[in-house]
Design a protein around this ligand. Structure first.
Ligand SMILES: [Zn+2]
Length: 307
């Protein structure tokens, strides 16, 4: 609860001051307020910068009483100049413009704002009755690393690949930890439960089918459901020699142009992480493959074409 100090009490962003039998009001700022706003040089659309200035002036006009208004306006102008805005920018922002009817668009395009480039694209799109909404590039919070420790890959949700000795592979995805899902596969194999696991079903087909679940490859660590489904479908297409029960979600035809077959094995196998699955309780590994030379007949490997 706020308590009156020196005849002043803050209420939301209004500082109310008791002056004899009158109550005066002005903009309230915390003592720690740094007067740091969006810099004039930053890569934001001019409308966003003007909106910032308009907001500050509007706040001063609506909150301050007549005695404090001029002082507040003077302060805002000084702060804006400190943030790189020129007198011309400030005058332009204060100019009251008549409300004009906005054009109605059939569709909207969301583009990152790049000065001098996105403006031209906007004009081209406008001719085709497509409106443009601008987004900003990476924010500081996205650039700075998070203080939390990263979860090990196999304790995260995501998409994974299990390879069989016969040369086929299985692509799976889970919203729980991959480690947990692998344990379920292992249990299903032990219990001959074909319903619960495609691995179990494949295991008992004709031929030599052996998996080393400890060598499962984490293809992507993705917490978002739809991203996982799409990644799974892409990987299934990249690995046609699979024994998945279905082909995953239907992919947009846009992907056709970026997925292409590759006859040589990828060179980036080394960066993939090998999991460590706890061996307590039910051991998830079935018939560990100790042979260093593994035969992968007719295994087509696709990779994304980089453009
Ligand atoms: Zn197999």
């Amino acid at each position: 609860m706020e308590i009156e100090e020196n005849n002043q009490i803050p209420f939301l962003n209004v500082l109310v001051t008791r002056d004899k039998d009158q109550l005066r009001h002005t903009v309230c700022r915390k003592k720690t307020h740094s007067d740091r706003y969006l810099n004039a040089q930053s890569h934001h659309h001019p409308q966003q910068k003007r909106a910032l200035m308009k907001t500050l002036f509007h706040r001063a006009e609506t909150i301050c009483d007549e005695d404090s208004k001029q002082r507040e306006l003077k302060h805002i102008k000084w702060v804006l100049k400190c943030n790189g805005f020129s007198d011309r920018d400030i005058r332009f922002a204060r100019k009251v413009r008549q409300h004009t009817e906005q054009q109605t668009y059939q569709k909207f395009a969301c583009l990152p704002y790049v000065q001098g480039v996105t403006d031209r694209i906007r004009k081209i799109l406008e001719k085709r009755n497509i409106g443009t909404r601008f987004t900003t590039e990476k924010k500081i919070s996205q650039i700075l690393p998070t203080p939390k420790d990263k979860l090990p890959l196999f304790q995260s949700e995501g998409t994974y690949k299990v390879e069989c000795l016969c040369g086929k592979c299985y692509i799976g995805q889970t919203g729980r930890s991959i480690q947990c899902r692998l344990k379920e596969h292992s249990r299903a194999i032990k219990q001959y439960d074909k319903e619960k696991s495609a691995l179990a079903e494949h295991k008992f087909e004709d031929g030599d089918h052996t998996f080393d679940l400890e060598k499962t490859v984490v293809l992507a660590k993705t917490s978002k459901y739809h991203q996982r489904l799409i990644r799974e479908a892409i990987e299934i297409r990249k690995n046609p020699n699979n024994f998945n029960r279905d082909q995953g979600v239907e992919l947009s035809s846009t992907w056709n142009s970026v997925i292409r077959p590759c006859t040589h094995p990828p060179t980036n196998f080394s960066h993939r992480t090998t999991p460590t699955i706890p061996t307590t309780g039910n051991t998830p590994t079935t018939n560990h493959i100790n042979s260093p030379t593994r035969n992968r007949p007719n295994q087509f490997i696709y990779k994304l074409r980089r453009r």
